[in-house]
Design a protein around this ligand. Structure first.
Ligand code: ZN
Length: 199
């Protein structure tokens, strides 16, 4: 790509580091940005830096939020005795969109993957166990994806929790194998939640 200026190359290189953006898409986006009005580019850039500067982990559930404690954890109307464990904030949002789950969440920020070298210490699992030791919890619903990583994580978590006597369940396999929770429609998500099985 020597025929572009180094500034353009730098932009393309940064964009191509984003997930799902290949070299061609990165070029297309770069030229689109360069053709945008200056104030729009400034808005885009500041939206990125502002989000990064102001978004943090909720101190309780570890979802991404701009407050110390997220609105879900803060809500006294939610059932704090039921915790749904999800892989990421997007999965949490998918379940929130159904409006039918009134418990709280725990966001792992990943899943165990021996192949990718991601172990239990690389996700927010210690934090979950700390919560279970400190809070009065009746049920943990494991809603990790039905991928190999998601299943491995679910098994690992259930083995950790079992000795505590807290009920552990796994969402039903209404979720297609390998399916990412965020792409699944609300009806399927609800069915998976209602049909959850105890582990
Ligand atoms: Zn929270």
């Amino acid at each position: 790509m020597e025929y572009y200026s180094s500034h353009i190359n730098k932009l393309i290189e940064q964009l191509s580091r984003l997930p799902g953006i290949g070299a061609k898409s990165a070029q297309r986006l770069a030229f689109h940005i360069l053709n945008m009005p200056t104030d729009q580019v400034a808005q885009l850039a500041s939206a990125i830096t502002d989000a990064k500067a102001n978004v943090q982990y909720c101190k309780m559930c570890y979802t991404l939020t701009d407050q110390e404690i997220c609105p879900i954890c803060k809500n006294p109307g939610r059932d704090h005795k039921v915790i749904m464990v999800v892989e990421n904030t997007r999965d949490l949002a998918a379940y929130e969109k159904t409006g039918k789950f009134d418990g709280v969440y725990h966001v792992l920020h990943g899943a165990i993957s021996p192949m990718l070298g991601i172990g239990p210490d690389d996700i927010k699992l210690k934090e979950l166990m700390q919560r279970l030791a400190q809070e009065e919890v009746e049920e943990v619903i494991i809603a990790t994806n039905s991928s190999l990583e998601g299943e491995t994580t679910a098994m690992y978590i259930s083995k950790l929790i079992k000795p505590t006597g807290i009920r552990v369940s796994r969402i039903a396999s209404g979720v297609p194998v390998g399916g990412d929770l965020e792409y699944i429609d609300e009806v399927t998500l609800l069915r998976a939640l209602e049909g959850r099985v105890e582990l």
